[in-house]
Design a protein around this ligand. Structure first.
Ligand code: LLP
Length: 436
């Protein structure tokens, strides 16, 4: 296996995660197991905070909760000075329950329900990012009824094509998210929001896509957004005081992936923004970003136990593990490619090429095709890297597989952040209609 970083390996040839022996973690907490390295998460957060410090307009990073939102994560990101982006009443509930400062929470969504909006306004959420014409009147009515003036942003489609998977592109014109620029819908939304006394328009928002490696789309986003801000000022006299660029910074899933350091994307955007503001004689707007994947992705490793091994002569060897597309749907959904290793045989030569199969009843439930591994046996612990983002948060109970536990590791300590689901958890909401 070729990894992109320096993996820690102990004298037994075992993989070390956050100072803990991965084989011990598997034995102590069971598998499948999501393991999150705290130092990695904090390191990325600090990189973002450092990159934004010093920008004359000020700014902040919000963690995009959709990547991995649990109560303990709220504690980590709040202690690093980050805010939070949520997309549903459920995500907002996690933040509220964690005692997160709701002034630093932004609510997104292309179809927020009236209940989501009411909950958010009542809770005193920092921003609601308006995504559709219908939402303007709906939200204004709710805020008025509750006697509040709600701070809002407006989401536009900057029309930028970023090179990433079709399903995770969001900034192009043909998208369900946000208002168009060229068709005048954005400008109409701005005027409609300004006409609502219960809404206070603050920010302009965009998100161009996810798992993007190149710098240029982010530079382009800065240009498009600043020019749009000036156009709005020209046409309506209104000046946005904040621009939010969403997330999208790419991470390593394989050694071939070539992302920059997360904060380098931000530095490039801020240099571009500062230069443009100077050129146009504009006060630099407050700068907001919403990275999700880059904060938690590489911090996560999933540990599985190898079970059945099936060799089809001259074709392929299937190594089945005790997890599946239920704990990591990304290979099936986006053809995502992952890197793996045998956690107890890190020093052994990689002599075989095998394919890692999930345990659900789906032929498409393959976690990794053609992985190079040492001689593999039932009982080996398989580590799949970079599973910290969009794995736990997208997990399902398909085939009634319980969600794995999530463990936080740091300096040789390991503690649960989420308990493994039990079979009772799987049926606790089942009810039997009276006629049965
Ligand atoms: N802000 C907004 C408005 C977003 O829609 C997203 C992601 C983010 C921030 C965070 O983007 P990130 O930094 O994580 O790239 N499930 C897919 C990814 C979907 C991303 C949706 N929006 C995956 O597993 O690749």
């Amino acid at each position: 296996m070729t990894h992109w970083g320096n993996l820690s390996i102990n004298e037994k040839g075992h993989l070390i995660l956050g100072g803990c022996d991965a084989i011990d973690l598997a034995a102590r907490f069971g598998t499948p197991l999501y393991v999150m390295e705290e130092d990695t998460i904090r390191g990325v957060c600090r990189g973002y905070v450092r990159a934004i410090n010093g920008y004359p307009g000020g700014g902040k990073a919000l963690f995009a909760g959709k990547a991995f939102l649990i109560t303990a994560m709220c504690k980590i990101i709040e202690s690093e000075g980050l805010g939070l982006d949520v997309v549903s009443g459920g995500e907002l509930y996690v933040a509220m329950n964690a005692g997160f400062d709701l002034k630093n929470v932004y609510l997104h969504g292309n179809n927020k329900t009236p209940e989501d909006l009411r909950m958010a306004v009542k809770a005193g959420i920092g921003r609601i990012v308006i995504d559709s014409a219908n939402e303007i009147g709906l939200l204004a009515g709710i805020a008025k009824e509750l006697g509040r003036i709600q701070d809002v942003s407006v989401r536009i489609k900057p029309g930028i094509e970023a090179h990433t998977h079709e399903y995770i592109k969001t900034g192009q014109v043909d998208s369900k998210f946000g208002f168009g620029i060229g068709d005048g819908q954005g400008m109409r939304a701005v005027r409609d929001i300004l006409a609502q006394p219960s809404l206070s328009l603050i920010g302009l928002h965009c998100h161009i896509g996810s798992q993007i490696f190149e710098l240029q789309p982010f530079r382009d986003a800065v240009d498009v957004m600043l020019n749009y801000m000036l156009k709005v000022e020209q046409e309506t006299g209104f000046v946005f005081s904040e621009i939010n660029f969403g997330g999208g910074y790419g991470i390593h899933y394989t050694a071939e992936d070539a992302p920059l350091r997360p904060d380098e994307y931000v530095k490039t955007m801020l240099d571009e923004l500062t230069a443009l503001c100077n050129k146009k004689g504009v006060t630099p707007p407050f700068f907001v970003i919403e990275p999700g994947r880059s904060i938690v992705g590489e911090a996560g490793t999933t540990l599985y136990t190898v079970g059945d091994i099936k060799t089809i002569p001259d074709i392929r060897t299937y190594v089945s593990v005790d997890g599946s597309m239920a704990d990591n749907p990304r290979p099936a959904l986006y053809q995502a490619v992952y890197t793996c290793a045998l956690a107890g045989k890190m020093d052994a030569p990689e002599e075989t090429v095998v394919s890692i199969a999930g345990r659900t009843c789906e032929s498409g439930d393959m976690l990794i095709w053609n992985a190079k591994l040492p001689e593999t046996q039932a009982g080996d612990v398989l580590a799949v890297f970079s599973t910290g983002a969009y794995n736990y948060s997208m997990a399902s109970n398909y085939n009634k597989l319980p969600h794995p536990a999530v463990v936080l590791v740091k300096d040789g300590r390991a503690e649960l952040m989420v308990k493994r689901q039990s079979y009772d958890d799987l049926i606790k909401n089942d009810v039997i209609p009276s006629w049965l």
